[in-house]
Each structure stands twice: as C-alpha cells, then as structure tokens.
Design a protein around this ligand. Structure first.
Ligand code: SF4
Length: 311
C-alpha cells in the first residue's frame, strides 16, 4: 500500500477512542514482542554543532544561536570509554551521531575505526551521520555497523516547513542506500513540531510503508531549545504522544518502537502509558546528543517499578 493510500487508515487509528487504541496496540504488541522486556540504547555525539543544515528543531545547526559549542570529531578513546560505560549500564546498542549534512571522505576512516572498536566490545552498533553517498553505506557495513539511523522527521507534505537545505527524497534515497548495503534501518520522526494529527498520520504512514519496515522506530517528542525556530511551539498533549506511539506499534508490529528525545520531561506515568501502547525501547544515558536525557538511576527505578526487564 502506498504511503498516501494508508494515511487515511493511520488517521482512523489515531482517531480511535483512547482505551480502544491502547487495547489494540497492546494486543499487537503481545503478538510480536515480550511485553516485559525493554531494549536500551545509548547515544553519543561524536561530532557536535556547526552543522550547515537548517533543520528548524535542531540546536546543532550553525544557523541558530543556541549556545551549543562546536566540537570536532571526538578521539577514538572517548568513544570506546563511553561504549564500555554504556555496556556496564546495561545498554545493548551504542549509537554514534554526528552533526553533518553527511560524512566527508576525510572523516569516514575515523568513523569506521570507531564502529569497529564498538563492534569488538560486543555491542550492537548504530550510526547517525546524515545523508550518505554511493558506497558509504557499504563501507560502514564492512566496518561492523549493524544499524543506520536516518529519520524522516515528519510527513512529506510538511517537510519543507521544517528543513529547506535538503528534501524528503534525499532522505528516502539515503534510506535506500542503507538497505541496499544490508544495514538494518532505524528510522522515525519528531512530533510536537506544531503539526496536526493528519501530519502525524502522514509520518506514521510513510514509516510503515517503507519496505521492509524499519527495524527500529524512534519517536521523538520535540525538545524545544531556545534559539531554534521551533522554540515556543505549543507543546503537544501527552496523550496525543501516546496515541502516536500506539499507531506506530499497530502499523509496524515487528519494529522496536523507541521513546527517544523528550523523555527527560515526560512524567513517569506517561512513559508507562507509552510502554503499554507498545514502546519497547528507550534511549538510556545522561545525554542525547546535546539535550539532556532521563537520569540513568531514575530509569532503572522506573523499569523496576514497572517490572520491566532489559535486553
Ligand atoms: S538535524 Fe542533523 S542535519 Fe539537521 S541541523 Fe541538526 S545535525 Fe544538522
């Protein structure tokens, strides 16, 4: 089914009475996953700030005054130390993000070394490096990369309002390169950017229409950083966020649905509802690129309160 054809179907899911929606999501979740297990991923920024792109939500764009300090590519030892720490804290996947339009040929060898080193620790590896050119995905795979993260951010029809320096097709092209190289795909989006429910349906429909569907689907709740154009946007109702998680679970039954940015300010009870709605992965660790994340000890306590095991 095309993305356009199924926007109506996703919109109908999002419009369900809340309890009905959660029941359906939980039913699908139990058919495909152990509902008592939570997957933990840890994210490290390996190159911060100074990005030439203009994503209107992003504090790392050089176009906005957000106080984020530009930092060059970090040394290999820093990555290995962070990965060891993440592993000791129970993470099974280590994600490395760089604020670039895409990796330059001179930077790639150092990133490949980082991937190989994390892979050798026995962790699953993920990178988020922006747009990829022909051949780069194969190089990443050969170094030991398991997953590539590249989000669609929002529905196609709204993309131009969020980013002007590249377009939706650029992102789809990178996702196709990632798949062709045999990498697993981590692809999600951001809600709370002032979009309406129809746009959220469009995002979920687009993600669900990727063939095959993404292995991991991070759903981010916009963290409003002062200085970015989207700072000051009317915050999204938490229950609407839970609805979005449920729609992702119903339409992408086998994917890992990850609670990502925005968890630091998300009440525990909302997170519990998200888990009930089918989220089964969280970003875990004190920082998410440049914005804060939920405290590790708090997360451990929350998972214990909910009787969730980690994987
Ligand atoms: S989201 Fe990525 S590509 Fe866009 S400005 Fe931020 S770092 Fe650059």
């Amino acid at each position: 089914m095309s993305a356009t054809a199924c926007v109506d179907a996703v919109a109908a899911i999002l419009d369900l009475p809340f309890d009905e929606l959660l029941f359906r999501a939980q039913t699908v979740h139990r058919e495909h996953h152990d509902p008592t297990v939570m997957q933990l991923s840890t994210l490290l920024s390996i190159k911060t700030g100074g990005c030439p792109e203009d994503c209107r939500y992003c504090p790392q764009s050089s176009r906005y005054q957000t106080g984020v300090e530009d930092e060059p590519l970090v040394p290999l030892e820093t990555v290995v130390a962070a990965a060891r720490q993440a592993q000791a804290n129970g993470a099974s996947r280590f994600c490395m993000g760089a604020a670039w339009r895409g990796p330059q040929p001179q930077d790639l060898p150092r990133v490949l070394d980082m991937i190989a080193a994390v892979h050798n620790l026995g962790l699953e590896t993920c990178c988020s490096l922006g747009l990829l050119q022909d051949g780069q995905a194969q190089q990443l795979r050969a170094a030991g990369l398991d997953y590539y993260n590249h989000n669609l951010d929002t529905a196609a029809e709204r993309y131009g309002e969020i980013v002007a320096t590249h377009d939706y097709q650029d992102r789809l092209d990178t996702l196709a390169r990632v798949r062709r190289a045999g990498l697993r795909v981590c692809c999600g989006g951001i809600v709370g950017m002032g979009e309406n429910r129809r746009v959220r349906a469009g995002l979920i429909a687009q993600l669900a229409s990727l063939d095959p569907q993404p292995d991991s689907v991070p759903i981010n709740y916009l963290v409003q950083v002062p200085g970015t154009p989207l700072s000051g946007t009317e915050p999204l109702d938490w229950l609407e966020f839970v609805r979005t998680i449920a729609a992702a679970r119903i339409t992408m039954p086998k994917s890992m649905v990850r609670l990502s940015a925005g968890r630091q300010r998300m009440p525990d009870e909302v997170q519990a509802l998200c888990f009930l709605a089918g989220a089964n992965s969280i970003f875990y660790g004190e920082k998410l690129l440049t914005t804060g994340n939920a405290d590790v000890e708090h997360d451990k306590a929350l998972l214990a309160r909910l009787g969730l095991r980690t994987a």
